[in-house]
Design a protein around this ligand. Sequence first.
Ligand code: DQA
Length: 146
Amino acid sequence: TSILVLNGPNLNLLGTRQPEIYGSTTLADIEAMCHDTAKTLGVLVTFEQNNVEGAMVDLIHAARGTQDGIILNAGAYTHTSVALMDAVSSVEIPTIELHLSNIHAREEFRHTSYIAKVALGVICGFGAHGYVLALEAMAQHLKAKK
Ligand code: DQA
């Protein structure tokens, strides 16, 4: 079982980026957490980050045939990108939308998500631990599907 964890724009700056909102955990810390969790769950994790919308579309396309699930923190593209929504629909790989912050408790423009319309489910507001929760939920979903 292989799961792609795909992170979008500005998430490479985690640790120093608005720590009052996003915490002080770096993306490298989160990557290590994901690999630890994967080991416990008996799954394989591929961890990616990209600031470019089209590059994220390409990564989602490349997941077809190689990945069983996608955990997607699309950052600000969550609220704007029909292209990412279409990419997720196109590859037909179960996708969990993830955010560190509770987007519903923040600015109005963060309350809408294109990804949520095509996602299996959404996890937000639990900081870096959300990645662990999302991997657990995806592993459970994929096991139940078999
Ligand atoms: C985010 C929430 C988005 O609204 C924001 O643009 C981000 C990070 C989160 O993980 O909380 O870049 O996806």
